[in-house]
Design a protein around this ligand. Structure first.
Ligand code: PMP
Length: 365
């Protein structure tokens, strides 16, 4: 088509985790488990579900375009002002907002690799160019190489901490050194989608640096710990002037009413949060031990997923697990052809995954 913007030719379609229904149909299975998209295995907060039931009588009304109550609650929770927050239809949409706010064709955006692919999408959508910076061989960050990758064309550096798909994170000291040496024309965005799962005490909390006065924007989501992936609620917190401009790209009713009321209720449901973290902590140990028993090495994680090396063609492992009704992620999509990324599930799900994995690897030998 002659009139289509050329940059769209460069966009690769996102490859999502396979939906359960599709695998059930394709392999004629009934009991399929999905450990592929880092969802919360215990489900959404019952308080959030109740809030949705109550809000069903309001479906004929437009949602609150100002996202007032949710913004208020987030502002209170993080001790920031409401004008420092913008809420999106998932943090995916927030990434697009940020790219629309800052990028002109030909600009450069520095991103980690392997990492979350939506940074590339937003960048290319705007006709800008992605400058990928590899993580170290143990998948830790070397922030000096991010500084080295910056040119006068660089507008944004995206960092993902803890990083998807590796589970590795940025340490306080290295982030301080990085941000103090960052040229002033560059904005750093820290995607903290997995923040709530972090246990490491030397983790660089983006909000601490923001409150210290550094020009950074932090992104969070309700899709992981809060178990609301279906509803699509993500947000960014940053300096009010930056958030003001980002908000101009937002359509007034981008976050629907059910999503707003559910997110608000989930935020207050401390019990659900604690239980989710407990299940994740125990599941992490269970999978660590299971992988070690299979002589497989894994990358220590600060998230709700684990990346591990199968030492064989991961595509085959992925396919064989699929046939047995266990959906995981093939590392090939991240450029890691022998790796699998598995989301931490319930104890029973983890056990089934480990059992089927052992069988699959034995068959492939
Ligand atoms: N950032 C990262 C690092 C993620 O892994 C994900 C989810 N896969 C997202 C953002 C998107 O989250 P949301 O559901 O809020 O769009």
């Amino acid at each position: 088509l002659k009139n289509v913007r050329g940059t769209l030719e460069r966009i690769k379609p996102y490859s999502p985790g396979k939906p359960i229904a599709e695998v059930q149909r394709e392999y004629a299975l009934t009991d399929v488990i999905k450990l592929a998209s880092n969802e919360n295995p215990i489900g959404a907060s019952h308080k959030a579900q109740e809030a949705i039931r109550e809000a069903l009588s309001e479906l004929h009304l437009y949602p609150d375009g100002g996202q007032t109550l949710l913004k208020q609650a987030l502002a209170k929770r993080f001790s920031v002002s409401e004008d420092m927050i913008v809420i999106g239809n998932g943090s995916d949409e927030v990434i697009t907002f940020i790219c629309q706010t800052f990028l002109e064709p030909g600009d450069e955006v520095v991103v980690p690799t392997p990492s979350f692919s939506e940074y590339d999408f937003g960048t290319i959508l705007m006709g800008a160019n992605v400058v990928p910076v590899p993580l170290n061989s143990d998948f830790s960050y070397d922030l000096n190489s991010f500084l080295d990758a910056i040119t006068e064309k660089t507008k944004i550096v995206f960092l993902c901490s803890p990083n998807n798909p590796t589970g590795t994170y940025i340490r306080k000291q290295e982030f301080r050194q990085f941000i103090e040496n960052l040229p002033p024309h560059v904005l750093v965005i820290v995607d903290e989608a997995y923040n709530e799962y972090v246990e490491a005490s030397d983790y660089a909390q983006g909000l601490d640096f923001l409150k210290e006065g550094f020009n950074i924007v932090v992104m969070r989501t309700f899709s992981k710990l809060f178990g609301l992936a279906a509803l699509r609620v993500g947000y960014a917190i940053g300096p009010a002037d930056i958030i003001g401009y980002i908000s101009r790209t937002r359509e007034p009713f981008n976050v629907n009413h059910l999503a707003q009321v559910a997110a608000l209720a989930a935020l207050e449901d401390v019990e659900h949060m604690k239980e989710s973290l407990r299940v994740n902590r125990e599941g992490k140990q269970q999978i660590y031990e299971g992988l070690a028993a299979l002589n497989l090495s894994y990358i220590p994680t600060e998230t709700n997923f684990i990346l591990f090396d199968t030492k064989v063609d991961a595509k085959q492992v992925f396919q064989s697990l699929l046939k047995k009704g266990v959906i995981v992620r093939d590392g090939g999509i991240f450029g890691l052809p022998t790796y699998i990324r598995v989301s931490i599930g319930t104890a029973e799900q983890n056990e089934r995954f480990l059992r089927e994995l052992a069988e699959v690897l034995a068959e492939l030998k």
